[in-house]
Design a protein around this ligand. Structure first.
Ligand SMILES: [Mg+2]
Length: 398
């Protein structure tokens, strides 16, 4: 049976998130990377907007070079916690169409939607729905390739960037690939490309026309692999994301504090963040850990394992508060607290919604409604009555 595979790749991800969050950056060259220090910086460009690419700026380029090419660009330091949060929201959208997701990096994933077509329409229709939801809920664009395997889907998603959709119908893989340069094949680096070019081979179609043995003679084992790809053959399955081991957030106070109410409300906010990310990953945690750092940097952790795996702040917060209370000492100021969930149970590992106890089901209904609001309006849209957002030095997620 044929498979239907999507490769979804966000467009200029970090730069697009910054343009979204700073409307004054729209239409301008935005370069996310290390500090250019007026051309003396030593780091590299992480991602840049399409406007910056027109100046020759690109990912992995030395930031000093980018500065030379585009001195009037908007240079932004990466905010990985924010990008990870948007990435979780992206995965959350994918999960509504299939649970067979292989996340390749923070902003791209393979989705096997073979089993979802009856429910949600053809692969191409699912791709459109996903693009539309990313646009509406995340205010970002993604490019999608659809094909019968991972390799062709990946090539397809890259072809019409940004905001592209390329559908390769089953049986048409070979003719789709034929006109493309050999450099698009996985496993063709500059060295192999030089060998091929010497033999007058520049297009994938030319590789497909070579006898199998001929290619092996020229390129050894890699030749067999390239021959397969050039024919659009790739049997590798979509492998579920390496299971996330823990999901956590921590918060460093602007000023060391002994204020119990502030500690409590901060802990609630962290529990909320952890719960949103757990649900985005369709995971529940059986173990809750609290991290606690005093003003002199002495650091403690305490953990508790619960009867039932949980994914709501209503369940995480009381457990975390119990742990925090066991750590607090009168007169000692606190610098940082953190909450994490581990010992994760994912829906694909067996337990289903029916196994939630009644009160958890109620919490979950409320929680999914909140997730939808967060996706739509951003993190700050939801403030619990008891949650007073404290001003902090920084927060960090993992
Ligand atoms: Mg991308």
């Amino acid at each position: 049976m044929g498979r239907t595979i999507l490769h979804v790749d966000m467009d200029a991800f970090f730069a697009a998130v910054e343009q979204r969050d700073h409307p004054e950056y729209a239409g301008k060259p935005v370069i996310v990377g290390s500090d250019p220090k007026e051309g003396k910086g030593r780091g590299i460009v992480s991602t840049c907007s399409y406007e910056a690419r027109k100046y020759g700026v690109h990912s992995a380029q030395p930031i000093s070079r980018a500065w030379k090419l585009c001195p009037h660009g908007i240079y932004v330091l990466p905010d990985m916690e924010k990008y990870a949060r948007v990435s979780d929201q992206m995965i959350g959208i994918f999960f509504e169409f299939t649970d067979l997701i292989e996340q390749v990096s923070i902003d791209e994933a393979f989705l096997d939607v073979t089993g979802s077509e009856q429910l949600y329409g053809s692969g191409g229709e699912i791709a459109l729905k996903i693009k539309e939801r990313i646009r509406r809920e995340l205010k970002l664009t993604a490019s999608v390739g659809m094909a019968g395997n991972k390799f062709v889907a990946k090539v397809a998603s890259d072809l019409k960037k940004p905001d592209g959709l390329v559908v390769v119908q089953p049986g048409h893989e070979r003719e789709f690939l034929a006109p493309l340069p050999v450099g698009r094949l996985w496993g063709v680096g500059p060295k192999t490309e030089a060998v091929l070019r010497k033999a007058g081979i520049e297009r994938i179609g030319q590789i497909a026309e070579l006898p199998h043995g001929d290619l092996i003679m020229r390129l050894g084992k890699n030749g067999a692999h390239l021959w397969q790809l050039a024919h659009g053959i790739d049997d590798r399955p979509v492998v579920r994301e390496q299971e996330v081991k823990s999901i956590g957030h921590e918060f460093t106070f602007e000023q060391d504090t002994g204020d119990r109410e502030l500690l409590k409300s901060t802990l609630l906010g962290l529990s909320e963040k952890v719960s949103v990310r757990l649900r985005a990953h369709h995971a529940r945690a059986r173990t809750i850990t609290v991290k606690y750092r005093e003003a002199d940097f002495s650091t403690y952790t305490r953990r508790v394992t619960l009867e039932e795996a949980v994914d709501t702040a209503e369940k995480i917060f009381p457990a975390a508060l119990g742990l925090l209370n066991s750590l607090l000492r009168p007169g000692i100021l606190v610098r940082l607290i953190g909450v994490s969930g581990s010992n994760l149970v994912t829906e694909s590992s067996g337990e289903q919604m029916e196994f939630f106890s009644e009160p958890q089901q109620k919490d979950r209904k409320l929680a999914s409604a909140m997730d939808a609001i967060v996706r739509r309006f951003g993190d700050s849209a939801i403030t619990r009555a008891a949650l007073v957002k404290p001003a902090g030095r920084k927060t960090r997620g993992n």
